[in-house]
Design a protein around this ligand. Structure first.
Ligand code: DC
Length: 222
């Protein structure tokens, strides 16, 4: 079967990564979590004691940073940081790092490189509008703020991370604002993206909805 790409964009906590991971398994293609890359840079900046407002220092750090994916895990300079990048400290600062032009340039180049020779499903904020403008299928996944906060809250509790629900709502609203109003490649639906609403639906319902869009677009049974 010919190489194809699927872009999934949408706000924080809409369920993109859970859904993209399952679709990748079903279609036997690679899943690339671009948010994890922005989180990894943020983690490295924090570990190095760099103030997130210090753009020059973060850009300097970028040149000395290696990020890659192996078996669904994210490696920062060879270290598996998949769990650490989900901590709320990172969630609170990552939007600011993702708004830096130089950071985006470097990570977008890396993302395009990964997708060059294979079929992928990539999730993020600017995949359909920028990273993979020619993606065969573009999905814009949305869900209400309450639904997204409930999910994030449950996820963190299950990992034993103690957080307040109200703080999560605030964090999500703040991130939505920063992600959709930043100057460089803000979160926005690509004109040719199909909106899928993940409020009040089961995981299977949403997966089936997206897979039927994929099959229709590719006009075959993958
Ligand atoms: O999807 P996530 O919550 O892991 O994303 C982390 C942050 O990175 C979020 O603030 C948005 C930003 N991001 C981005 O700007 N562009 C992407 N392609 C992916 C994530």
């Amino acid at each position: 079967m010919k190489k194809f790409s699927i872009a999934i964009d949408g706000p924080a906590g809409a369920g993109k990564s859970t859904i993209a991971k399952i679709i990748a398994q079903r279609l036997k293609i690679e899943y690339i979590d671009t948010g994890a890359m922005y989180r990894a840079i943020t983690l490295k900046a924090i570990r190095n004691g760099i103030d997130i407002g210090n753009i020059d220092k973060i850009v300097e750090l970028l040149d000395k940073t290696d990020i890659n994916f192996t078996n669904g895990r994210v490696y920062l300079d060879g270290e598996d940081v998949s769990d650490e990048i989900r901590l709320p400290e990172i969630g609170n600062l990552v939007s600011q790092v993702a708004a830096i032009k130089e950071v985006r340039e470097k990570l977008v180049t890396l993302q395009r490189d990964i997708a060059k020779n294979k079929s992928v499903i990539m999730d993020g904020r600017d995949i359909g509008t920028n990273v993979l403008k020619d993606a065969d299928i573009k999905i814009f996944l949305v869900a209400s703020v309450e639904e997204r906060a409930k999910r994030r809250y449950k996820e963190l509790l299950e990992k034993g991370i103690d957080v307040s629900y109200d703080d999560i709502v605030k964090e999500i609203e703040k991130r939505d604002y920063i992600d959709s109003t930043r100057e460089v490649n803000p979160l926005r639906k690509a004109e040719d993206a199909i909106i899928v609403n993940n409020t009040d639906k089961t995981l299977n319902e949403v997966i089936d909805e997206i897979l039927s869009i994929v099959y229709k677009k590719l006009r075959c049974n993958v």
